[in-house]
Ligand binder design. Structure first.
Ligand code: NAP
Ligand code: ZN
Length: 349
């Protein structure tokens, strides 16, 4: 074992503060990474504050990790010391269930192990990217090919794959009208990726001051979702809507914008439930409401390569590790443009 400096929450009420964790020794299949940058996902906040009622403390969040490989185990040939690599939301899964067999480790029937907060069905805690170093099985390490703006690549490891995966699953492409709800970390990646896939992208926001940014990021139209008239202009017209909102809200105004047979997929995971949607709105148009969880490792690599090819990175605001608690408060006010990324060089012993 070796000790590593990290930032942790000790309880749901305590702010994040310096904390020493232990990382395992590098085993034959392991890769050790010196963390350069870590994105700040709203899931980090949900977890640090126990909003999903499953947090193991101390909690070291962070699952948008980019760093430099410092050591590799004896079985590792695909990665070398000195290379840049990424780690996303998962660090392990059972590898033998049907989902793992299909490369869908996020749906591992025995429960994947999160990069932080341990196995999803319970078990020993794991510590994420708000730290100087991490040791990860090589199967869960991603290759980063666009290395010129690494800090802006980090958010692809969660925000990128969480939006890419449903956009692919529901076959978004040219000729389709696609809605993205919420312009935060996930939403702004959704806009960029859906636009790169060739869709006509409409961004729904509660923040009218984000209109210009949404257009710059790739949206063709922007709708302020609190404005009933603006919403009514789009009734029954969408092929697909991806909803990234981190708070409970009425889903009906968005479901009513779907065409017959079209789907709205939820990726936002609020602390408490959305009000139940109107059944008539669903059945009279055979509309569908779905969910989606991050993406598998192979698909994450596919997304990273897609983003490199289309020159897509995140729009970031770099912060020092010491600024994390203020960053969380700003995230709660939808005041992020559009992902905070921690410069891990700020975390000095
Ligand atoms: P974020 O950066 O805070 O963005 C969320 C956006 O939602 C805000 O910027 C805001 O956009 C909108 N919003 C916030 N409160 C709202 C409200 N009360 N009503 C309507 N809109 C509101 O968060 P994020 O990191 O993108 O994460 C979004 C959610 O996805 C979180 O719940 C997170 O835990 C979850 N998540 C899920 C997965 C998965 O695998 N499914 C993966 C990662 C994250 P506007 O200002 O434009 O309205
Ligand atoms: Zn995340």
């Amino acid at each position: 074992m070796s000790t590593t400096l990290a930032y942790a929450a000790q309880s749901a009420q305590s702010p994040l503060a310096p904390h020493i964790i232990e990382r395992r020794n590098v085993g034959p299949d392991d890769i050790a990474i010196d963390i350069l940058y870590c994105g700040v996902c709203h899931s980090d906040l949900h977890t640090a504050r126990n909003e999903w009622k499953n947090t193991l403390y101390p909690s070291v969040p962070g699952h948008e990790i980019v760093g430099k490989i410092s050591a590799v185990g004896s079985n590792v040939s695909a990665f070398q010391v000195g290379e840049i690599a990424g780690v996303g939301c998962m660090v392990d899964s059972c590898q033998h269930c049907a989902s793992c067999g299909e490369g869908l480790e996020q749906y591992c029937e025995n429960g994947f192990t999160g990069t932080y907060n341990g196995p999803v069905f319970g078990g020993e805690n794991t510590f994420g990217g708000y730290s100087q170093r991490i040791v990860v099985d090589q199967r869960f390490v991603l290759r980063i090919s666009h290395t010129d703006n690494l800090a802006a690549v980090a958010p692809l490891l969660c925000a990128g794959i969480t939006t890419y995966s449903p956009l692919r699953q529901w076959k978004v492409g040219p000729g389709q009208k696609v809605g993205i709800v919420g312009l935060g970390g996930l939403g702004h990646m959704g806009v960029k990726i859906a636009a790169a896939m060739g869709a006509h992208v409409v961004l729904f926001t509660t923040s009218p001051n984000k209109r210009e940014d949404a257009l710059r990021l790739g949206a063709s139209e922007v709708v302020v979702s609190k404005n009933a008239e603006e919403m009514a202009a789009h009734l029954n017209s969408f092929d697909f809507i991806l909803n990234t909102v981190a708070a409970p809200h009425d889903l009906n105004p968005f479901l009513n914008l779907l065409k017959r047979d079209a789907t709205m997929t939820l990726v936002g995971a609020p602390e408490s439930a959305h009000p139940s949607p109107d059944v008539f709105g669903l059945i009279f148009k055979r509309r569908r409401l779905a969910g989606s969880l991050i993406g598998g490792i192979a698909e994450t690599q596919e997304m990273l390569d897609f983003c490199a090819k289309h020159d897509i990175v995140s729009d970031i605001e770099m912060i020092a590790m010491q600024d994390i608690n203020q960053a969380y408060e700003r995230m709660l006010k939808s005041d992020v443009k559009y992902r905070f990324v921690i410069d891990m060089a700020s975390l000095q012993a």
